[in-house]
Design a protein around this ligand. Sequence first.
Ligand SMILES: CC(C)(COP(=O)(O)OP(=O)(O)OC[C@H]1O[C@@H](n2cnc3c(N)ncnc32)[C@H](O)[C@@H]1OP(=O)(O)O)[C@@H](O)C(=O)NCCC(=O)NCCSC(=O)CC(=O)O
Length: 370
Amino acid sequence: MPHAATVVNDAVQPRRAAMLAIGTANPPNSLSQEEYTNWYFRVTNSDHLTNLKDKMKKICKFLITKCSCVATELAVRDQPSLDARQDILATVVPELAAAAAARAIAEWGRPASDVTHLVFTTYSGVRMPGGDLRLASLLGLRRSVQRTSMYFHGCSAAAALRVAKDLAENNPGARVLVVSAELSLTLFRAPQDGHVDTVVGQALFGDGAGAVIVGAGGDERQVFEMVSAAQTVLPDSEGAAEGQLNASGLVFRPSFELPAMVRDNVEQCLAEGVGKHVAHGGWNDLFWAVHPGGRKILDVVEERLALAPGKLDASRRVLSEYGNMSGASIIFVLDELRRRGDMPPGGLGVMLGIGPGISIEMMLLRVAAA
Ligand SMILES: CC(C)(COP(=O)(O)OP(=O)(O)OC[C@H]1O[C@@H](n2cnc3c(N)ncnc32)[C@H](O)[C@@H]1OP(=O)(O)O)[C@@H](O)C(=O)NCCC(=O)NCCSC(=O)CC(=O)O
């Protein structure tokens, strides 16, 4: 029963930020995972690597669809250099970001020019000026919008939401647009004999963008109150989710140990990061928005916190529908949770982000009054 949990010292925060609207977008042409696996091995001339293809099919069987944008198809056909990919990403990433942001702004109901701050996050390409500027222009944001970009933070929308909470609570009248947009084109590479990690990455990562409007005070409808936020780094975890941009794109290698590291530390992180702000009779008193980094990540969180079956359904659905869209995923999970409509106003929950570091982002949320 979510109602059983309450916020400690609830009245202390005079102006608390809230998520006011949420929008998401994906590239139009999604494939089933089986289609994607067949396509991936065909376009990379790798059908002869039957062992790897079988492994990818096995990994994919828990996933339903995979977005494969037109850009990836074009890029692969032309065997692009990093330069060619950067050109594609420079156009497509801000457009995908703008599609998600436009939905959030439409739901919010105020003009785009009322956005005072933009926090943009991506690992899909780097450029000067950044995708945030193009995004601001596509949306018609005011020239004086205060922009902040977070590149290569991996699953960073949770961190971007923490930054937005601070901005909203410390700048009266601020309306912060948070946008995370990811295209796995940046990670795309052909399978290599003997390297299972390559197909793990190709199977797991998907394309999507998520956007949230954050503000404090005012009379707009709220979705989730952002009660408290914290970040921590897991001990001895450096290198457990490493990525580096090189001539062949972003090479990202999640380690085998990552799920076990999360399993061994998640409860203590939550006790320290969220525990002091909430009185509850057990983790099942809360709703959960966990970064769908992979099936095993969700399994270990569920197991360690002894969560009831179904508690991570929103994360599991997003993972199976869209794959791991890195930062954007957590926004899809929040959207999925509120769309289900089964959380009573006042119910408390936790947003849990897991990214390179291993960094753990935690935010205590409260379902806003209807
Ligand atoms: C990838 C999986 C969905 C596959 O699950 P399955 O149950 O289908 O199968 P499995 O675990 O037996 O793995 C299938 C095959 O892949 C191999 N395999 C699994 N994980 C691997 C890894 N990290 N590196 C290299 N190989 C790996 C296994 O050894 C096995 O090969 P063999 O058959 O030869 O033994 C799961 O293992 C998982 O969820 N792992 C965690 C993924 C992860 O780290 N995500 C976080 C990404 S970082 C992130 O999310 C943050 C961010 O984006 O910023």
